[in-house]
Design a protein around this ligand. Structure first.
Ligand SMILES: [Cu+2]
Length: 210
């Protein structure tokens, strides 16, 4: 009986989830990953499109990137100095020895978790890959907002990660049900640890040793 009624109802095919992340001073938080984990659906196959983390002006671009588990990522060097990209993170240890241009080797991130990446030459270069089993994620921009588009109707747990998150990621969990009402909006206020990046050395972009 109930199933018949549901079958006749105009079901929303998909919804958008809009997320806003602020710190405890009320400032917009950029580079926060927002992940929606469906309660029912089994994880879908990885996104086929190629992903990349560039090195531009001696920084990783983007600083934080979310990918689905199983995604291959390339690390193109857009600078005219050499980089030596590596990670010691348990979710993925890898090393791309000194290179210019785009290394032929793409790195497959086959374990969920956070992978911190660095450069052996430029100590201040730090980036993060957030490897998510769920295909539904987005990263906040300068305004502290992110939009996860095209979520199938259903129940989700949504959580937030940021490199400087003071509390455990689990504390950000929020349940949300997306149904015929369509789009939803969620807001987080998170405490962030102070920035502790290594100070950038005065390296010339041109004529450098590497
Ligand atoms: Cu470098």
């Amino acid at each position: 009986m109930l199933a018949a009624v549901l079958a006749l109802a105009p079901l929303a095919q998909s919804a958008d989830l809009r997320a806003t992340v602020r710190d405890d001073q009320g400032r917009a938080v950029a580079d926060a990953v927002v992940v929606a984990v469906p309660h029912d659906a089994a994880p879908q196959a990885g996104r086929s499109r190629a992903e990349q983390v560039e090195q531009i002006d001696l920084e990783f671009v983007p600083h934080v990137k979310a990918i689905q588990t199983g995604t291959a990522v390339s690390f193109p060097n857009r600078d005219d100095v050499r980089h030596h990209v590596y990670s010691f993170s348990p979710a993925k240890r890898f090393e791309l020895p000194l290179y210019v241009g785009t290394p032929a080797q793409r790195v497959v991130f086959d374990q969920p978790g956070v992978v911190a990446i660095g450069c052996n030459i430029h100590d201040w270069m730090v980036g993060y890959l957030y490897v998510s089993p769920s295909p539904h994620f987005a990263t906040t921009g300068a305004q502290g907002t992110a939009r996860i588009a095209g979520l199938p109707a259903g129940r989700y747990t949504v959580h937030v990660w940021h490199p400087r998150l003071a509390a455990a990621e689990e504390t950000t969990r929020r349940p949300v049900e997306l149904g015929a009402e369509g789009n939803a909006a969620l807001e987080w206020v998170v405490a962030l640890k102070p920035e502790t990046r290594v100070r950038r050395a005065p390296v010339s972009r041109r004529g450098g040793r590497y």
